[in-house]
Design a protein around this ligand. Structure first.
Ligand SMILES: [Zn+2]
Length: 173
């Protein structure tokens, strides 16, 4: 199966995000014929755009590529369970299948906190698979947050409370 290959590509993108200080999440969209339609990594901080999550950027790129606002037979590979915004974008774009590496217990919208991609009352439901390369993604996220905590601890004034640690542990995205 090509699932492994595409998830590995999403993982590479996640690493690229970490290198520029973004939370390491990568997403790849592939057509049912195995053609790469769009890919992206998380970049809300560098682009000053709260909506610049990997999945949303990948959906935009794929839609542009196929010149259509819908991607009915496409598969999205993502290294971390989508948030509610991204899950909404997947429903709107009619993505057929969503392959997710790691679960996001605090904000996941593919079943962990809420299930937007398979909601009974919405007009589209995606096929969802979890767990492919989940350990790799989890290790990447863990290392990223550990390094960021260390960095903020070193740079923080000792007289000030360490508020950064609170936001760091708040959400992965
Ligand atoms: Zn998101």
């Amino acid at each position: 199966m090509d699932d492994q290959k595409w998830m590995a590509r999403a993982m590479e993108l996640a690493r690229c995000a970490a290198e520029v200080g973004e939370v390491p999440v990568g997403a790849v969209i592939v057509s049912d014929e195995g053609e790469l339609l769009g890919e992206a990594h998380n970049s809300p901080i560098s682009s000053n755009d709260a909506t610049a999550h990997a999945e949303v950027l990948a959906v935009r790129a794929a839609c542009e590529r196929v010149n259509n606002y819908r991607l009915p037979n496409a598969t999205l590979y993502v290294t971390l369970e989508p948030c509610s915004m991204c899950a909404g974008a997947l429903v709107h774009s009619r993505v057929g299948r969503v392959v997710i590496a790691a679960k996001e217990p605090r904000a996941g919208a593919a079943g962990s906190v809420i299930n937007i991609v398979q909601h009974n009352q919405l007009n589209h439901r995606c096929e969802v698979e979890f767990g492919l390369m989940a350990d790799v993604s989890a290790a990447l996220l863990k290392a990223f947050f550990k390094a960021r905590r260390k960095k903020s601890k070193n740079s923080i004034n000792v007289n000030k409370p360490d508020v950064s640690a609170v936001s760091v542990s708040g959400s992965a995205e």
